[in-house]
Design a binder for this molecule. Structure first.
Ligand code: HEM
Length: 426
């Protein structure tokens, strides 16, 4: 990355933090995404902002934030909001001015996550075929074997890092097997996925560069894999997509690569964080591990509560596709609105006593997998992996405890999780 570009990014971040600080002085609160106190506990800020208004304008980010559950869902359902930033000339100009050639190519060819209908619906329909509920449920014995193999490594360890041993490798191995990718590549694409996610919210030029390289490496990786499988695609996830692309007008070549990349990356860090955030909540909330051990049938409910209290994806974003009035706010075409999943899930009007982690909570409402047309297609898979992981951990380690100094939350405000979570057998 050029020096001028590096300086520009650094200056922008300093400016953003400065404006957030000024905003806090004037209004008493602000969304200061990179403030260490916010990263440790974003929920206090959301609570204060929610009391003020369901939509908060952030001067620092020059965009709006939803602060409650109903408005978050309303944005995600409203067809006047879109996900494709390329439609907004002013934004495109600003974004492109900061991009390397590699980043530009990625920007011009987004995955379904950043597309609007009709392209979004066409690609989503194809990709969803590999995630039908019945098929996902049939994977349970295979997932159990993978969890057993991961946990077998801990048999001689008095203490271990849940992330290293289980939460990172499990989703990587599962999705790789679903896609028919060689086992020898798991570690490599786990690293690429991490680099890519890490680069989604940072000003660190080294991290940004690593992210762009990882993206390109993944595209090249899929190019090779797909080339080798043409003519004999098989019926796994990649095979189904190759067949669709070869059938003609349903999927272009670049869409095929991008969809493979998205499926590989989207389920990785997110499921990792569901398992590790869930583990942290269970072990740091007195009595939860014991209650679950005595009553494992509560595991699915406990997973909903983990998703609600510590959502791995904290926020997503949409753009106003026209000038409009929305919940007493006038939005202009191209305005950005961030949907705070973290704030929505802890809305006391929807989930009473929202800061309490309660695995027996009734009628849990959460939007951790999104809502509306982009609702996560991997939710059943993520829930199943977490269920098997907790069942096995509870059976193997009935007295598990947190170990060592309190773990620190990571520094990406959009993806919440620890980098290390040490536990001991008790
Ligand atoms: C706990 C784990 C997971 C969480 C918290 C999560 C969260 C989300 C969220 C919030 C969205 C919607 C984003 C938006 O509306 O802008 C989404 C979309 C998506 N997720 Fe997940 N996800 C998880 C696991 C997975 C897995 C395992 C896969 C697949 C292997 C996956 C694949 C996708 C895809 C392809 C989309 C895009 C759907 C679309 O654009 O129509 N996710 N996910």
């Amino acid at each position: 990355m050029r020096l001028a570009q590096k300086l520009k990014t650094k200056t922008l971040l300093t400016l953003m933090r400065g404006v957030a600080g000024a905003e806090r002085l004037i209004k008493g609160h602000s969304v200061d995404l990179f403030n260490p106190a916010f990263l440790e506990n974003p929920y206090d800020t959301w609570g204060k902002l929610r009391e003020t208004s369901p939509i908060h304008y952030s001067m620092a980010l020059q965009g709006y934030w939803t602060t409650n559950f109903d408005v978050a869902q309303a944005v995600l359902l409203d067809k006047r909001f879109g996900s494709d930033v390329r439609k907004h000339e002013k934004r495109v100009k600003r974004i492109k001015s900061n991009m390397s050639a590699e980043q530009l190519e990625n920007f011009e060819n987004p995955s379904m996550l950043s597309l609007d209908p009709p392209d979004h619906s066409r690609i989503r329909k194809l990709a969803s075929k590999g995630f039908l509920r019945k098929y996902i449920q049939s994977l349970e014995p295979d997932i159990a074997k993978i969890v057993d193999a991961c946990l077998a490594k801990t048999s001689n360890m008095p203490a271990f890092d849940v992330l290293d041993v289980l939460a990172k490798p499990l989703p990587a191995i599962v999705i790789a097997e679903m896609m028919g990718l060689p086992e020898s590549d798991h570690q490599q694409f786990q690293t690429w996925s991490e680099d890519l996610i890490e680069s989604t919210s940072t000003s660190d030029t080294g991290v940004l560069e690593k992210g762009a390289k990882a993206n390109q490496a993944l595209i090249n990786y899929f190019r090779k894999i797909i080339a080798a499988r043409r003519g004999n695609p098989g019926d796994d996830l990649i095979g189904q997509l190759i067949a669709a692309e070869e059938a003609g007008d349903t999927l272009s070549e670049i869409e095929l690569y991008n969809t493979c990349l998205l499926l590989l990356v989207a389920g990785h860090e997110t499921t990792t964080r569901l398992i590790s955030n869930g583990m942290y909540l269970l072990l740091s909330t007195p009595g939860s591990w014991q209650t679950l051990r005595e009553n494992p049938s509560l595991i699915p409910n406990a997973i909903e509560e983990m998703l609600r209290v510590e959502p791995p994806v904290q926020a997503t974003q949409r753009f106003a596709t026209e000038d409009m009035d929305f919940h007493n706010i006038h939005l202009k075409r191209g305005d950005i609105i961030f949907i705070s999943i973290a704030a929505g899930n802890r809305d006391p009007a929807i989930n009473p006593n929202p800061d309490k982690f309660d695995i027996q909570r009734q009628d849990i409402k959460q939007i951790s997998f999104g809502y509306g047309i982009h609702l996560c297609i991997g939710s059943a898979l993520a829930r199943l992996e977490a269920k098997v992981a907790f069942e096995k951990l509870l059976a193997m380690y009935p007295e598990l405890q947190l170990s060592g100094p309190p773990p620190k939350w990571g520094t990406n405000p959009f993806f919440r999780g620890h980098n290390k979570l040490m536990v001991s057998r008790g």
